[in-house]
Design a protein around this ligand. Structure first.
Ligand SMILES: [Zn+2]
Length: 330
């Protein structure tokens, strides 16, 4: 049986796994992404990781024949090139991902966006397995997603599809002003529903309720969204409101998207999906409140594959490069 390597190249870590034809991860390795050192260093680290896995696999007698790359940024999956990216990795836009990594590893390669890879993985092997339409939404530091129809992720005409964080949310407004968004726009879902947005809202609410200098600085408070969640669980009203508002914004967006796409299942991943019921319960209630009547029974479930989802999704794309004697993975 041939094996492929799935690579999940993100802004903070680069993970890869040797994956079999059924999606099993038989070997894996992870390294920090040297993002600050720029695109060249990130590519070099990724190539070294893949080569190390090739050696691991060779020692086990496993034939690795292709490489699938799930990468941060908007990825032209036809050409294997980074079309655009945030400045998390300086110089990442324009990187010829597949050509560079094929040259350094000898493996034929295919690339796609990392969130799209995540969606493909979950629809292949997670709760959505076997379902015709799977809407994956990742709610964490950023907000993103992917819609997988008949096993194929909708990438869009410029490969930008799935930017679930960047459409208007009625919840992303304060005092008549839209909240600034990471994309440079304002009033978007991500500006109220992402982990950092929830943390920012908590800081503002806390400043207001303390009647303090109102600079929003929570000097002796929690340092991250997880800390805000813990405070909410302990009954802190500002923390509880921040979590609730972020969750309702997320749910409202998810419900609206479901009405547009009519998926068979919605799979919610990212750190917030696993924060706990103070986030999940209002998120799901807000999503269901949006749903049109025929969608009333829509399953809305947490993601199942954890950190291996993008590795497996990228691997599935690589498997699709191979000749398919039995037609088992078209
Ligand atoms: Zn935005």
């Amino acid at each position: 049986m041939p094996y492929v390597i799935g690579l999940d190249l993100g802004g903070t870590k680069t993970a890869a796994g040797v994956v079999d034809g059924e999606g099993g991860v038989v070997l894996s390795r992870t390294v920090p992404t040297p993002a600050r050192d720029g695109a060249g260093a990130v590519l070099a680290a990724a190539a070294e990781l893949v080569r190390a896995l090739q050696e691991d696999a060779a020692r086990r007698g496993l034939p690795v024949v292709a490489l699938g790359i799930g990468s941060a940024g908007v990825i032209d999956s036809g050409r294997g090139v980074v079309v655009s990216a945030t400045d998390a990795i300086p110089g990442w836009a324009g990187t010829r991902l597949t050509a560079e990594l094929t040259a350094r590893t000898g493996l034929p390669a295919v690339a796609l966006n990392d969130v799209h890879a995540h969606a493909v993985g979950e629809s292949w092997l997670g709760t959505g397995a076997g379902m015709p339409g799977v809407l994956f939404v990742g709610m964490g530091t950023g907000v993103g997603g992917g819609y997988v129809l008949q096993g194929k992720c909708l990438e869009g005409s410029t490969f930008t599809a799935g930017h679930v964080g960047h459409f208007a949310s009625p919840f992303a407004w304060e005092a008549g002003v839209p909240l600034p968004c990471s994309c440079g726009g304002a009033g978007h879902v991500e500006a109220i529903a992402s982990g950092p947005a929830i943390f920012g809202l908590y800081s503002r609410l806390r400043g207001a309720s303390a009647g303090a200098t109102a600079d929003g600085a929570a000097t002796d408070g929690p340092v991250d969204t997880r800390g805000v969640y813990r405070l909410a669980a302990d009954g802190d009203p500002a923390a509880a409101e921040a979590i609730r508002r972020g969750a309702v914004a997320a749910g409202s967006a998810i419900g609206g998207l479901a009405n547009i796409l009519d998926p068979a299942v919605v799979v919610v991943g990212g750190g917030l999906a696993f924060a706990g019921p103070l986030w999940w319960t209002p998120m799901e209630a807000a999503a269901r409140a949006e749903l049109l009547r025929p969608l009333a029974g829509l399953p809305i479930v947490p993601a199942q594959l954890g950190e291996t989802a993008a590795i497996r999704g990228a691997a599935r794309r690589a498997l699709a490069l191979l000749p398919v004697p039995e037609g088992s993975h078209a």
